[in-house]
Design a binder for this molecule. Structure first.
Ligand SMILES: *Cc1c(COP(=O)(O)O)cnc(C)c1O
Length: 421
């Protein structure tokens, strides 16, 4: 059974200050989870987690992660700006972008971020728009299918990211002539994998690749960036990732491949988003309507604009009706939002307790790629984000959008001046 990290009484009290819907984050859970990750990789002296900002772009969250020793992984101009504001700089920022605009590279260089090049052509582009730093990371795409125990986990051959082995070898030779002294390698080969073997398998591929590149080009590698992709159990029957076992699996590959090659001082980096934050955020919503036609519908005050994953990927998000945790799951509902889009459903044919108007529903596991993927379709406004602190108090860490925010990009007219809330 999946548990919520808040109770009905806590939510009722919060609702007096913050209107639903809102995303709620669990500070204690976040901090404990990061500490577990650091422990799992403590065998590697230079280990660092670069939190993928795109998963939860909130400066209050980033500051918590900074206190726990994380860096940040950015992919755009505004993510770089947010990270800068939060006090990240230099080697605490990984810039893993693709199809990158000139201004983004320029800001990344200004902040002295580590630049992860997505393509061989970006070498000349970076040199033209900024300059080439002494340390450069290259994003690898081995093509084909990515398999674990013969099961296809994802298809890198269909992915737009990274470069081929030959391009990496050629790129390194070019970069060496441009004064690059140290290299890193990065790859993201499968998304949301709860198999504990994902990182160890990926690590082995990257370790073998840098040993080969080192032999061929003489390039000195200083880190291997395993990127993100470690999954979480969205469904109640799924097992959570055993991060200690993941760390040990990477260690085994490290000792088998890198240590004998004399590369035992390589640093391991990760860029997790989902694994770090996913389970420690939820969407708190209230039931507005119920409707009975050919099916039974529960209409919430939240919609896909607050959480896009179910509509976009048909992703499963567990739902708890607060206060009815022990009731029998004897009603079958479609749980919907109010967009004029029939895919705006948080759940389809979900067995839940009998629901009434005014009930509070918790939509689980929205801490990563939740609020962040929000949008304004149908003129829906983005919700607030609230932090449940370690002492049980709450803090507003982003206010909800108002109509004035929505109309703010027409501020060169006077048409909306009379709208103030
Ligand atoms: C999205 C992304 C991540 C984070 O992915 P998760 O699935 O949240 O772990 C890390 N690195 C890069 C380059 C990404 O694009």
């Amino acid at each position: 059974m999946k548990k919520t990290f808040v109770t009905l009484d806590q939510v009722k009290e919060m609702n007096q200050k913050y209107p639903t819907p809102f995303h709620l984050y669990d500070e204690k859970g976040i901090r404990e989870n990061v500490r577990k990750l650091l422990k799992a990789f403590s065998w590697n002296k230079g280990f660092k987690e670069y939190f993928a900002v795109k998963a939860t772009p909130n400066p209050f969250i980033l500051k918590i992660l900074k206190e726990e020793g994380c860096g940040v992984d950015c992919s755009s101009y505004t993510e770089l700006q947010m990270s800068d504001v939060c006090g990240f700089s230099g080697e605490d920022i990984m810039f893993s972008s693709n199809d990158t605009p000139a201004e983004d590279f320029q800001l990344a260089r200004k902040l002295n971020a580590i630049i992860n090049l997505d393509d061989i052509t970006h070498i000349a582009f970076l040199e033209k728009v900024a300059d080439i730093p002494e340390t450069v990371c290259l994003r690898y795409n081995p093509g084909g299918d990515f398999k674990i125990n013969n099961a296809i986990m994802d298809t890198p051959g269909e992915a737009k990211y990274g470069m081929t082995y030959d391009q990496m070898a050629e790129g390194i030779k070019i970069l060496q002539t441009k004064g690059v002294k140290r290299f890193g390698i990065h790859a993201f080969l499968a998304s949301n994998t709860i198999a504990n073997e994902y990182y160890p398998k990926l690590a082995r591929i990257l370790f073998e690749t840098i040993v080969r590149l080192n032999k061929e080009t003489g390039a000195v590698f200083s880190f291997v960036n395993l990127s993100g992709g470690v999954g979480i159990p969205y469904r109640p029957e799924e097992e959570p990732t055993d991060i200690i076992s993941v760390g040990n699996g990477v260690k085994e590959a490290f000792e088998e491949v890198l240590v004998p090659a004399g590369m035992g001082d390589i640093r391991i980096f990760t860029e997790m988003g989902r694994y770090i934050l996913g389970p420690f955020g939820c969407l708190v919503t209230k039931v507005l309507h119920e409707k009975h036609i050919y099916k039974d519908y529960i209409g919430l005050d939240a919609c896909a604009a607050n959480l896009m994953r179910p509509a976009m990927y048909r992703a499963y998000h567990h739902i708890t009706v607060l206060g009815k945790e022990d009731w029998p799951l004897d009603h079958k509902y479609d749980v919907t939002g109010g967009l004029c889009e029939n895919n705006d459903k948080f759940a389809i044919d979900r067995m839940l307790p009998k629901i009434e108007i005014g009930d509070y529903l918790i939509i689980h596991d929205t801490g990563a790629h939740g609020f962040a993927m929000g949008y304004n379709y149908n003129g829906k406004l983005r919700s607030a984000e609230v932090l449940l602190k370690e002492d049980g108090s709450t803090e507003l860490i982003r206010r909800a959008e108002t109509p004035k925010d929505y109309f703010s990009t027409f501020d060169f007219t006077h048409w909306f001046d009379h709208i103030d809330e």
